[in-house]
Design a protein around this ligand. Structure first.
Ligand code: SF4
Length: 763
């Protein structure tokens, strides 16, 4: 007996609709959902992998707890008791700052984790909160926080209406998009050309997206801020600045003109590798296009000028009249968001409310840079981190100087991981708590509908049951322990407090439910799981909500349940100035913190280029570190290769398939060489997320296709000082010939040392 169910793919930001055919309890097939209101049947190869991830024999079905050098299965009560003992002892000895929390990328794809994480952070009360955001997109949060007053008020390229898209540091044909939720990103880019528009890609590698674009220009890694400021310079120089409808809602234009003055196309040409004529031509094309947008992403955010590049990109969008207009960069309005106020609020936003203990890095977006986590663990003294909680995180492979991170984690007094696998990081834990598998979870994309190029909403109930606590319950029990309570207390207490807080906030004067009785609102939400109640409240009090009866056709969770292909809420519409939260109530083009960082950028303009620098690269069948245990995702030839230009290969005595030793300040690895003119001379590319052959890892497929970890090379001393983002790109390296083993890497080349808490893989 077969039945088909529809749900949103939880693997990446594109939020594609899946059509899953079940034969009884068995998943028979996974396809794209043709009727999904957003993805219209599109999925990428990873989408079908949800079946394997659900059924993967390596996925943990029960908690593990440490027993000497091994991890053994335990029941849930035993595991939570061990967590209570372990975390309790560390907090008693060192206080709350002695416990750090790290949230990995998949946590933002989980409804339970998105809802519960703020409560967990509050319960812990430690300043040591870290996440994958500080190896990824924090520069965009910081620049938007400073310009628009809210780090979550992020404009996205209006792909379906734009006439000109300038892509910096992004490869959405392969990544499927990031900070811009757009299923079938490739198809949407191709449509720009079909309607007479143009796509230009600027990248040190001729990526797949560049190959399909109208134009590609190489740029030296880490120099995009120079290019974008030279574009802005040209716009001022040629009298092309036009704020459009934002004319009365912008401050700082004169400051911008002063800031960009030294960044002439001639001044930046040598440093960027882009000719002055090309810079001027692109500035003219951008300003002449009926609508245009710069789409800047991870490649330009992961370096020491990440925030300046992000800011400069949105400055160019604004001064060409393309901010907040159709076809430019627009602000999504998610179904669960707060409705825009009647007036811009003006509370402002800043970083640096506290600093890291060892290096004094300022907090940004409520967190410290993960690049300094090892410092905080290793350096003795008051506030030293002695315990770590990870949620869906693999910092050993995903954060800079992975070997040092592994050694630091192995020295902790206690570590607990909420994770379905024994991976390169969780092998070092004392307790592993496995959440339900992906298809056994409630799903709604809190994070990505706020970044969507079209306003849509879709909810997926669990497809299969799971023998264990729901993820919200695991996190609630951790919150109870972190706040000094018992893991055995009723976990419902935690989300119930969160729900009450949200109800009280919604019914207060000026709130979306002003005038409603809080008790009646709570009663109306009853009968659902705690995270569903919070989602229902957010939807019903949101900008399209039913306001608990005030808007009869409005949105609620029940409406989403009745529409399994999603609800289309229409194209993006202008939201400024009301959505702004800056002190001035205007777009602040030249925030003080940004302007104060310009001398650092100017000084770098004269710096001699490094001989060879390393960049990362996206791969269609990878998703950071955790898709390599799916056989279909690793089938075929070795993909963890070092790609380099033929001229570099020749001068370094390297050839196709040969081994190359790559050495940075912090480490070295050996990888097989792939020679291709897709690389700019002087730049080599190694993908991240590989390096699975560490002792104790229980990933049978990934272990046989181990590769090497790019983050054994990346330098934890290199960060963007404004955001704390790790500078994973434009890494200076030396490359020399080396011997390589049959599986594509040198024997022992990827080992992250032998931490003392290595687990026995056979346990
Ligand atoms: S593009 Fe992303 S959301 Fe869509 S099927 Fe692939 S992994 Fe899933």
């Amino acid at each position: 007996m077969t039945a088909t169910q529809f749900r949103t793919c939880p693997l990446c930001e594109a939020t594609c609709g899946l059509s899953i055919t079940m034969n009884g309890d068995r998943i028979q097939s996974v396809r794209g959902d043709d009727d999904d209101v957003f993805s219209h049947g599109f999925i990428c190869p990873k989408g079908t992998a949800v079946k394997h991830l659900q059924e993967d024999p390596d996925r943990l079905r029960a908690p593990l707890i440490r027993d000497g050098e091994t991890l053994r299965e335990a029941n849930w009560e035993e595991a939570f008791a061990a967590v209570e003992r372990g975390l309790g002892a560390v907090i008693e000895r060192g206080g709350k700052d002695a416990v750090a929390l790290y949230a990995g990328n998949p946590s933002v794809h989980s409804l339970s984790a998105t809802v519960m994480l703020p409560m967990l952070i509050r319960a812990l009360g430690s300043k040591n909160f870290y996440s994958a955001a500080s190896v990824d997109q924090i520069p965009k949060h910081v620049s938007c926080g400073l310009m628009f007053g809210d780090p979550l008020l992020i404009p996205v390229p209006d792909l379906d209406r734009t006439d000109y898209l300038l892509v910096l540091g992004a490869n959405p044909w392969i990544s499927n998009g990031s900070l811009a939720t757009a299923p079938d990103f490739r198809g949407r880019l191709e449509a720009i050309g079909r309607r007479g528009g143009k796509v230009v890609v600027i990248d040190p590698r001729r990526t797949e997206t560049a190959t399909g674009a109208d134009e590609h220009l190489f740029i030296k890694p880490g120099t995009d801020a120079f290019l974008v400021l030279a574009l802005a310079h040209t716009l001022f120089d040629e009298g092309r600045v036009d704020l459009g409808d934002l004319e009365d809602h912008v401050t700082g234009l004169a400051d911008i003109e002063r800031i960009v003055e030294p960044f002439t196309p001639e001044a930046v040409a040598a440093r960027t590798g882009i000719a002055p004529d090309d810079i001027r031509r692109i500035a003219r094309e951008f300003s002449d296009a009926p609508s245009a947008s710069i789409y800047d992403r991870v490649g330009v955010h992961q370096h020491t000028f990440g925030t300046l590049t992000s800011w400069a990109s949105d400055v160019v969008n604004a001064i060409t009249g393309n901010l907040d207009r159709a076809g430019g960069r627009m602000f999504p309005l998610a179904a669960h968001a707060q409705p825009d106020p009647e007036e811009p609020r003006g509370r402002g936003w800043s970083t640096g409310r506290f600093s890291s203990r060892v290096k004094g890095y300022p907090e940004a977006f409520g967190q410290l840079p993960v690049a300094t986590l090892a410092d905080e663990i290793e350096e003795p003294g008051d506030g030293q981190v002695r315990a770590l909680v990870t949620i869906a995180g693999n910092p050993v492979l995903s954060t800079p100087n992975g070997r040092r991170v592994a050694a630091a984690l192995s020295s902790l007094d206690f570590m607990v991981a909420v994770d379905p696998y024994v991976n390169e990081t969780t092998r070092l834990a004392d307790v592993i708590l496995p959440p339900p598998p992906l298809l056994s979870r409630h799903h709604y994309d809190f994070a990505f509908y706020q970044l969507s190029i079209r306003n849509v909403a879709n909810y997926s109930p669990p497809l299969q049951t799971f023998d264990g606590p729901d993820e919200w319950e695991i996190l609630a029990r951790l919150a109870l322990v972190m706040s000094g309570g018992s893991a055995a207390a009723d976990p419902h207490l935690v989300p119930a407090m969160g729900l009450q807080y949200l109800i009280d906030r919604a019914v207060r004067p000026g709130g979306p439910l002003e005038g409603h009785d809080p008790g009646a609102v709570a009663t109306a939400l009853e009968g659902r799981e705690p995270v569903e109640q919070i989602l229902d409240l957010r939807l019903r009090s949101g900008p399209y909500g039913d306001r608990f009866g005030d808007v009869p056709d409005g949105l609620s969770l029940a409406v989403l349940e009745a529409n399994p292909h999603g609800v289309d809420l229409g194209p993006l519409t202008p939201r400024l100035p009301n959505a702004l939260r800056t002190v001035s109530g205007k777009v602040e083009l030249a925030p003080e913190m940004i302007a104060a960082d310009i001398p650092r950028l100017l000084a770098d303009l004269e710096r001699p280029a490094d001989d060879m620098v390393l960049i990362g690269r996206r791969q269609l069948r990878s998703n950071n570190s955790w898709m390599h245990n799916v056989p279909a995702m690793v089938r075929g030839s070795n993909r963890c290769t070092l790609v380099m230009n033929p001229a570099d290969a020749a001068r370094l005595a390297l050839s196709e398939g040969a081994g190359a030793r790559i050495v940075s300040r912090v480490g070295e690895v050996v990888a097989a060489v792939e020679v291709s003119d897709e690389m700019m001379p002087g730049v080599a590319s190694l993908p991240h997320g590989w390096g699975h052959d560490l002792p104790g890892v229980r990933l049978s497929v990934a272990g046989a296709n181990a590769g090497v970890s790019a983050n054994d090379l990346t330098d934890d001393a290199l960060i963007d000082p404004l955001s704390g983002n790790a500078a994973l790109n434009a890494l200076p390296v030396t490359i020399t010939p080396a011997e390589i083993s049959g599986n594509g890497h040198a024997p022992g080349s990827s080992s992250s040392g032998s931490p003392s808490k290595v687990v026995d893989a056979s346990a």
